[in-house]
Design a protein around this ligand. Sequence first.
Ligand code: CTP
Length: 403
Amino acid sequence: MTTKQLFGKRIVLGVGGSIAAYKAILLLRRLTDLGADVEVVMTASARQFITPLTFQTLSGHPVHTDLFATDDNMTHLRLAETADLILVSPATANLIGRFAQGLADDLLSTLILASHAPLLLVPAMDGGMWQHPLVQQNVKTLRETGVEVLDPEFGTLASGHIGWGRFPSEETIMSSIISLLTMPGDYHNEVLLITAGPTHEAIDPVRYITNRSSGKMGYALAQSAQKRGAQVTFITGPTSLTPPPGVHTISVSTAEEMQDEVHKHFARATVVIMAAAVADYRLTHPAETKLKKQGQKHLSLALSLTPDIVGNLAAKKTGQFMVGFAAETENLIEEATRKLKEKGLDMIVANDVTQPDAGFGSDTNAAIVLDAHGIVEDMPLMPKRGMAMKILDLIRVCLDNRQ
Ligand code: CTP
């Protein structure tokens, strides 16, 4: 990290009303040390915890608190237009709820609506509040509209309870800020074809075969690639997730449909990332009407292999960089190495789905990335969005080395 890595960057630091408001002082210090120009906006509740004078002294700017301040009643527009990043830290459940609803009833919420700058929220609240379905719904809404919301950490909370809700470490917050402000446009010349999610293979009109894939890893990859300037075609099986904004998304249901779409878009792609957990078998003859028990104790279904989508692309390759995924429960490296070779992949991301918090459906993942020469990187447990960035970094290095 260079000493003045954030020189020339303008950051609005919004401070919410939580005991973690004092940690915003430490962040402000780190940001200004790196050369950033930071202006602080405090909510009314934040001022119950800390006085503006502390932030004013450290930022070298007056602290903004009032939407209707008579000295400069266009503060919200000036801050909104000139910011390279709006960081809200700590973001309380109340702030998260108001932002998610698009409310503009104070200076901070108004300038957020008026700005096109990236928005990063650092939540701090009691674990029970964080896990409340309404808070989770608000976080989901914000993430779906492109807002970065960090996950709180597990540990002892201000209330003395132990749980999720702890303010993320300063290092985690700083690395998110730096990556948002220095987001490389290094995929500008790339066309990415990314798949995600499970597939559904019909048994009859009301039942299907599927797997536990949530699609989160593939969605994170599509969103991150788009943010880094790539043109992304995103082919997703059925999931409960909302497609990343700005990404050309095609929804499919079966392995066969996914194969058709992948083949349609393959020729234009420069990088293909097959994050989808494609069903390996489908019914040889799905029933046209609902199957009835009719007193049978056992039922056998005849299954046929689905097409190996990525395997079938090997012969059509015209220089595309091919990345596969391998979710395994045993012999991780051996299985991933075998798949890399058999499917003609350039890189494979292997993860052990028996590991806690690294399997299907979780927001975190741990993985080992391999290429034809062996292990490229061993990635510890981290948010899937962070892992998506790291995978794109590794692909970028390979693309650059090819040229
Ligand atoms: N894949 C694919 N088409 C399939 C099955 C898998 O393109 N019909 C892709 C996946 O998207 C993934 C890679 O192949 O990138 C490995 O998937 P996986 O399910 O682990 O491999 P399989 O070949 O199905 O191996 P197995 O089920 O025997 O573990």
